[in-house]
Design a protein. Sequence first.
Length: 374
Amino acid sequence: MTGIFYDLNSYGHEQVSFFHDKETGLKAIIGVHSTVLGPSLGGCRMWKYNDDQEALRDVLRLSRGMTYKASLAGLNLGGGKAVIIGDSRQDKSDEMLKVFGRAVDSLGGRYITAEDVGMTVRDIDTIRTVTHHAVGGSNEGGSGDPSVMTAFGVFQGMKAALKQSGMGESLEGLRVAIQGVGNVGYHLASYLSAAGANLVITDIYPNQVEKVVQEFGADIVSPDQIYSTNCDIFAPCALGAILNARTIPQLKCKIVAGSSNNQLETEKDGFDLFNRGIIYAPDYAINAGGLINVGAELDGYNSKEVMDKVSKIYNTINKVLERSKKENIPPHQAADALAEQRLEEARKTRKATSKTELRSEYLTKLNKAMTANN
């Protein structure tokens, strides 16, 4: 069985909405995976997908990942994501962004958007002119570019993975291969360079490679060579599904720890890493820094508090890898179990609260009826 409704059922989404505007060329999909813990929050990605089905699969995978990310990070937020189909360097316009913002607004706060691949802080500022349901802008109350905090969280998670591997916590002299040196990859390179790591990088955009080489003295390899590069840590910081049957056999690293979402192409790939003895820091567990950063806007942004919360990603990765060792299961399964435990507790609480509210409403109506009869 295949098709859109099969996909929705298998991923467990509450709502998926499609938006099209002929005038601006907007083609967007918003996925609300879960609001059990709170309103769904996740970035909007603008990408030139091969077809609409590929875009749908991406939004379904990404929004589900956001549910687990928020749960494991201890946030009172649900999981959501949006994609705009198109080339962000050619097709984007302010009018298109405003139409997208109105689409977000039409969901009444069930989905809160933010920056992702192909989007900028300025884009969020534009979206915020037509809806309050957007975070990560630079205007009043905005937290700005979340990539710095995402990179900081990945850096903390790397140290936890190193400790779990028995290599200590120091990155001094270690070789780290970074796939993708855009916003997050660049800031991660900065943290790693300051910690004394030796960098190997790749990216499809030469100007981004040049910047990291000039500032941090990184070595360069081609995109296809990054998988087989001899290194201690491989850090995927580009698009997802890059850990698969083709790439995993090429890996010559001890640890995989990076910022990109949905790094495993299939469930089996997590087992393959585990069986090869490669420690995997699950993507949504280690890259939650950006979500923590923008989510803080909802309660009044405080940079010190955010930094403290993001630094606790170290503890999260420790907990995940300890459970993985204890139960002899791959880290991605350990992370899922921890996230699902909190979600299930929230569902039970919500169910009990709903029953109490229904009973209270019934008794109120009953009392009114009895009073009227008397």
